[in-house]
Ligand binder design. Structure first.
Ligand SMILES: [Zn+2]
Length: 177
């Protein structure tokens, strides 16, 4: 290799290294925290959560498949898909607050459906081209868990339908109502 090319290759490697460490440094995210009875506690910048080995042990195989391998539970397979008890839904992986039961509606799809998240910054939308369809995937902002997809055929006031997997969430009933 000529000296010039060698130097170029070296600078390329340095650049790659810098990019990687920059990406690793962006590992915190701003979310709104909520108490178990659904009260907003304010915005907090938290370190991203990644506990793959622990999740493999503690989650059910289906919850692991859905959240970490972008799976989908069968429609109508989880009895909680259309319950309407007051409370909030947290990420099954990291406890980030995701949805409030008061924004849940019966979409008839067999999956828990909401017209908005509990706080916009607590979830992240990502374009997904799996299976030849362009859809918008919804992830937990704090741990990147796959939660489901969002569609634009929901009810007012947002017109959105957050079509979630029940196994990706943990329901915290509001015991005071
Ligand atoms: Zn999470």
């Amino acid at each position: 290799m000529q000296r010039r090319n060698f130097l170029l290759a070296l600078s390329g490697l340095a650049w790659l290294g810098a990019t990687r460490s920059w990406a690793a440094a962006v590992q915190s995210v701003s979310v709104v925290q909520f108490s178990d009875d659904g009260k907003a506690l304010g915005r907090a910048t938290l370190a991203k959560v990644s506990k793959l080995a622990e999740w493999k042990k503690t989650l059910s195989p289906l919850a692991f498949h859905v959240t970490r391998e972008q799976g989908t539970e069968r429609a109508f397979s989880q009895p909680s898909y259309n319950t309407h008890q007051a409370g909030i839904y947290r990420c099954v992986c990291c406890d980030n607050a995701l949805f409030d039961a008061k924004n849940k509606f019966d979409s008839g799809t067999g999956w828990p459906s909401f017209w908005q998240p509990i706080a916009a910054e607590n979830v992240r939308n990502i374009e997904d081209k799996l299976f030849g369809m362009t859809r918008t995937e919804v992830q937990c902002a704090l741990c990147d868990a796959h939660l489901g997809h969002v569609f634009d055929d929901g009810p007012k006031p947002t017109g959105l339908r957050y079509c979630m997997n029940a196994v990706a969430m943990r329901f915290i009933p509001d015991t005071k109502s």
